[in-house]
Design a protein around this ligand. Structure first.
Ligand code: HEM
Length: 588
């Protein structure tokens, strides 16, 4: 009997031991890692959580891993019993993989899992293939230059006018005190993307209720006290409720917060989706999108029956409906205007367009407030370029903003995108056993390219050149590798994007001596290659209009140190933890 018990206990212990050993993190040979991590089932999780609980900044922790190992490539273990995640902080390799190695690397299944409860069938979460191509074709007409300048830009401009009016009131009421700018910028970006998606007749917007809400706000509550002692205290402006149709879209987007740190995002979504609140917001959001699609179907029908021959599309949904009908005709099937593909692509515009844009603008407000020289130079360039508007003491029109070349405006946009780091990670998954920087990468391994790290925002880490891909080496031989000066790579300086006119003869503003060069140095704000950001052109239109209008109307003054940290918080995008504005009206 004792022998049997001993044997059973031994087998049990051995099984446990083997199970434990096989569950420990398994590093890929030759790629640096944290030695302590491979001795624990939790891998790097305790170390990551310890730092994130202190700084709240997971992106900084990721960046530190390559710095610690002094290597452009390292591996981390933050998903128990899974393959390691590879971190790469090198612009040239990231560029090569994203642009050229589309057969070896694709969008990750982790991204699909993270977004599965929100955008299950949207291009962002699909693997490259026939379904993804179908989605791209469905929305392809929404990013044409004509659509962007004639339809999208005026809607965005109107949203900017509203937030300018809101801030004019807040500037008066605040009397020189700072106030939180995050929500106003989020609302403005949301209104802009709603106008783009649903057109000028969409009945709701998020900024108008905030404007109305300030009517009863007593100036005495906000202004400086007798001795100016409250000069640095943020004014607690009230928040107004927004219509539940748009609130539903915000609330659903916020559900990502609950999922982002879950060990199994799919399981977490299963739970979140079962909650009555989530179900209610989904019902409201779906009903809203359906209504807008129905309006587009009606408008298309009316146009078909009329003989004016004029373009009838007023928004992205109109264009998607039109495209779906054309596809259906070509494929000999009935159109399905309410398919999961259409519904998710429309909602995807709102989610992708609103969070990324507002976060970028928040970084922009902070960076310009902290760099008064760069801000003044930009304002001077705007005044010079829109001299008629100055003479007539009015704001530039949307046409003036869209049609006037201002190299420094382009440069400032690019520098905000570089320094802000709205999307700090480029995700890819190896679709086959392959090599990266001379290391074997098995199929299914996740690779995170750190966009706001070495070679883009801090000096490049040394790399054994013989390990680089042949394409990168050829580019080096041809003198085509890009780099910033190590001395000032970490500084916010839009002028780094300006080059002498004769260096780049195409485009640019002749006569100024300097032109904007989008290839001046490394930066990957929108990703690259076939899976790069679909909304990139829209984003440039929107940032251009928002930035020009903001700098035209307001001086962004420096806020107190306690409100000026550059820590980020990563959910769908990397938002600044603090974004405050202290405004002074610009007089023309
Ligand atoms: C400043 C604003 C924006 C930034 C920084 C940004 C950044 C990005 C990045 C980094 C990616 C991943 C690219 C890659 O993996 O190579 C992406 C994908 C995407 N973005 Fe944006 N984005 C912005 C605005 C927008 C807007 C306004 C829209 C649409 C309304 C949009 C729609 C998308 C879509 C649909 C994808 C997925 C593309 C695919 O996987 O095929 N984005 N974006």
């Amino acid at each position: 009997m004792i022998v049997v018990i001993t044997v059973v206990a031994f087998i049990l212990l051995a099984t446990l031991y083997i199970g434990y050993q096989s569950a420990l993190p398994k590093p890929l040979p030759g790629i640096p890692y944290n030695a302590a991590a491979v001795k624990s089932l939790l891998g790097d999780i305790p170390d990551m959580l310890a730092q994130v609980s202190k700084t709240g900044d997971i992106v900084a922790w990721l960046r530190d891993q390559n710095l610690k190992s002094k290597s452009v490539i390292s591996q981390i273990f933050i998903r128990p019993m899974s393959k390691p995640i590879i971190l790469v902080s090198d612009y040239e390799e990231a560029r090569d993989v994203m642009l050229n190695r589309i057969k070896d690397f694709d969008r990750t299944s982790l991204t699909a899992e993270m977004f599965s409860g929100l955008l299950n069938r949207q291009q962002f979460t699909l693997k490259t293939g026939p379904e993804w191509k179908f989605h791209r074709r469905l929305v392809q007409d929404t990013m044409t230059p004509a659509f962007l300048s004639e339809i999208a830009a005026p809607g965005i401009y109107n949203s900017c006018l509203r937030v300018v009016e809101l801030w004019q009131t807040k500037e008066q009421l605040a009397g020189g005190r700072p106030f939180s700018a995050t929500e106003d910028i989020f609302h403005a970006a949301l209104d802009a993307v709603l106008a783009f998606s649903f057109g000028p007749k969409f009945p709701h917007n998020a900024t108008e209720p905030q404007k109305k809400n300030l009517r009863g706000f007593p100036a005495s509550e906000a202004c400086l006290d007798e001795h100016g002692a409250n000069r640095d205290l943020a004014v607690p402006f009230p928040h107004a409720h927004i219509d539940e149709a748009i609130e539903s879209m915000l609330e659903l987007g916020d559900a990502m917060e609950q999922v982002k740190s879950a060990p199994s995002p799919r399981m977490k979504w299963w739970y979140v989706k079962a909650t009555p609140t989530f179900k209610r917001w989904t019902r409201i959001k779906d009903a809203c999108i359906r209504r807008e699609i129905e309006k587009a179907i009606d408008a298309r029908q009316i146009n078909r029956n009329s003989s004016t021959g004029q373009a009838w599309e007023r928004c992205a949904v109109d264009r998607i409906v039109d495209r779906e009908e054309k596809h259906a005709q070509k494929e000999g099937r009935s159109p399905d205007f309410f398919s999961a593909a259409v519904m998710d692509e429309v909602f995807g515009f709102v989610v992708a367009g609103h969070d990324t844009m507002s976060t970028t603008m928040c970084w922009g407000v902070k960076l310009l407030a902290d760099h008064a020289d760069a801000q003044s130079r930009l304002r001077r360039a705007l005044f010079e370029a829109y001299s008629c508007a100055v003479a007539e003491k009015r704001a530039p029109t949307v046409e003036e903003i869209m049609q006037t070349s201002i190299p420094l405006l382009d440069a400032t946009i690019e520098e905000i995108l570089r320094c802000g780091g709205t999307v700090p990670i480029g995700d890819r998954e190896a679709t086959t056993d392959t090599m990266l920087l001379g290391h074997r990468i098995p199929k299914g391994t996740l690779v995170f390219f750190l966009h706001n790290s070495h070679s883009i925002l801090s000096p490049a880490l040394e790399v054994d050149e013989s390990r680089r891909s042949s394409r990168v080496l050829q580019a080096k031989d041809r003198g085509q590798m890009r780099s910033w000066n190590d001395e000032d790579i970490h500084q916010f300086d839009p002028r780094r994007w300006l080059v002498p006119e004769n260096k780049n003869e195409e485009g640019g503003c002749h006569g100024s001596g300097l032109v904007f060069d989008p290839q001046a140095g490394p930066s990957i704000p929108f990703g690259l290659g076939i899976r790069a950001c679909f909304g990139r052109k829209l984003a440039y239109v929107e940032i251009r209009i928002m930035l020009a209008m903001m700098i035209w109307h307001f001086e962004l003054l420096k806020c107190p140190e306690s409100m000026s940290s550059y820590g980020g918080c990563l959910a769908v995008v990397n938002k600044p933890r603090d974004c405050f504005a202290r405004l002074r009206k610009v007089s023309l």
